[in-house]
Design a protein around this ligand. Sequence first.
Ligand SMILES: Nc1ncnc2c1ncn2[C@@H]1O[C@H](COP(=O)(O)OP(=O)(O)OP(=O)(O)O)[C@@H](O)[C@H]1O
Length: 731
Amino acid sequence: MALFLINRYLGDEEDAKEDRSQALLERLREQARARQLKKQQQGLSSSDELKKEKTENELHQKLKNRDSGFVSEAEAQRETKKRKRGPNGESSSGDGQRKLRKNHHILSDSEKPSARADSSPPDEAANGYIPAKKKKKENKTKSSRSQKRIEADLEDDRQQENGSNLKRHQAVRRKESDIPTEVDTHGTEIGEKDISEDIKRNQATQEGVCIPTLSEKATPSPSSLIVLGGYDKRAVQKVQPILPQWLAQPKLVHKRIKENLIPIQDVPGIHPKLLKKLQMNGIASFFPVQGEVIPAILESASSGFLVGRGGYQPSDICVSAPTGSGKTLSFIIPVIQALLERVVCKVRALIVLPTKELAQQVSKVFNIYADGTGLKVVLVTGQKSFAKEQETLVQRTVMGYRSLADIIVATPGRLVDHIDQTPGFSLRQLRFLIIDEADRMIDDMHQNWLQQVVKAVFHAEEDSGPSSLFQRTEPGPLTAASTCCPQIPLQKLLFSATLTRNPEKLQQLGLYQPRLFTSVYSEKQVGTDTEQDVEKKYTLPEGLSQYYVPCNLNSKPLFLLYFMLRMKFTRVLCFTNSKQTSHRLFLLIQAFGGVNVAEFSSWLTPSERQRTLKEFEQGKIQLLISTDATGRGIDIKGVKCVINYDAPQFIRTYIHRVGRTARAGKAGLAFTMLLKVQEQRFLQMLRDAGIPNLERQLVKTEYLKPLLQEYEEALSKLQKTVKDEQAQKRA
Ligand SMILES: Nc1ncnc2c1ncn2[C@@H]1O[C@H](COP(=O)(O)OP(=O)(O)OP(=O)(O)O)[C@@H](O)[C@H]1O
């Protein structure tokens, strides 16, 4: 690998430099070869001494045995003497190679298998050399084999020489730069940074060039050394990771909610208290994803909090199911049930979500199901002051700190602040780590929050020695030592409508033997009535009808007004790509009049945002113009229609936006306004994600004409309002 990298680099050098280095390296190569030969000869001559003694005896024996009498004993002695003179003759470097071969012929002809084995280099087998097993081989075969063996020996030595050159070269470089390099003698690991450092160093010091590699280029080596790479500039192909089994073969969950409802009593293992709660909240049946995931989590928690003495660490669970398919309840129910029997209040479940609104929404559902169980749910999002949040998390007592939370619902930033700064805040008893909107959380590892959480979970107690009974250790290979102490396992549960299947990204989460649950379509097979489960990259809710509306920049606001006033749409969630656009569009629609409109973006205070969502849910607001702040996870009941005023740039953004409607098996509409220049790219993006062509929805210009005059007036009002706002800001 290292050879390949250096080789590749040198291929990028300028010609002049290359020539110079080639000449130098050619010279070095010659020297290396000469050294090599010398070494070889010396090695052979010393081993020859021994072998020749053997050969002498054998020869005497042979001569004695020859019944033809061609060679007399005196002659045999003469021949022996001649052979004894051999080493002197061989020491001359003139025809060393030939003599070497000749010598080897003699040796191979006369040597016994044991002698042959002795003389073989230890790594013979590794080089593919298979020693002869049958004694009765033809002489010809023997000699050709020994010829090959010599070549293999030479090759071995050459490689060793190359290896030692490389080692020497690296040692020099290390000395020079004093920077540790990751290239080992086998070239196993090297980062891109290291490659570029190597390049620079090589440019600076030509003597630091790897001899064997370059010699390959100067004259093709007679050896069988394989040179990886080359001098041509070639695009390096990205290595496609092979999907691990758990990603390639997930547990499939039906997407169609209505046809696959499971009565709550039919799901095994649910606590009667929770069954009652579910019924009280109008839930008579579980959605397909809940029917699969709830039992899976319950089963993994069935052995209690502690696992050890032969118990298994539970698998982490990943769930990829469409928007509105009920993922929230599929973790809330089993988590509450697992904690029902807890005795001491400690943080045992932590749910991390990307936004305050989402955290608030999830903590609300947790509170509904935890009510009356004694479990305490605490929200940590920064909506309260830091000191107030600290008071809700821990209490100082004479015995030390006491946890006031069993379940924490948090945003990552504020969570990390508490891990760092709240005395007595401990995650050492954490049993469940739930990452909702997991793909977004992976992309945005704000403050390295996951690492901080894991560190806090496995952080050793100050007063506990190594023999502490409940010392937690991160999951690793199963050993006798790791199973002897019972410990609380940390189980990660991931949820998203667009969960990535990129193993490299998922690797960041350090999942333990994960299981994946994913939704499938049931599609009719062509020409038959039978249905087949089809797994697609992304799945959208069954009840969603999607359209696109071709338009131009000026007509966009008019189209929105047309939908609201002429088509009489209500409870419309309209998405733009920026706060500015949201605000101006809101002002324009407000100036036009006739529509209850509101805006939602990070420009609003948290309380304004909360109030707006509440009013929208209550139906007081007909049209909510929003940034992507409401694009994910937000569950607003009764949203009938989503309008993408600005086309989303990414497929995941599209899926989450349109997923604000058609939730829980209901029907919904989604319109995307597309400029002519956007059409092709956008539709292609959808096709690539396995979403079939959207229906085209044309709006005739004659329908817009009656709105034009009022629209012009609204535009002038908007101009004035914007000017006033700017003046206000400047003041
Ligand atoms: N078994 C059920 N019966 C009836 N309604 C349900 C059931 N489960 C969930 N719901 C309702 O379905 C709606 C969507 O659920 P939820 O918010 O959990 O979806 P989600 O899969 O998390 O969606 P998203 O990916 O958008 O976050 C909620 O209003 C919830 O109350």
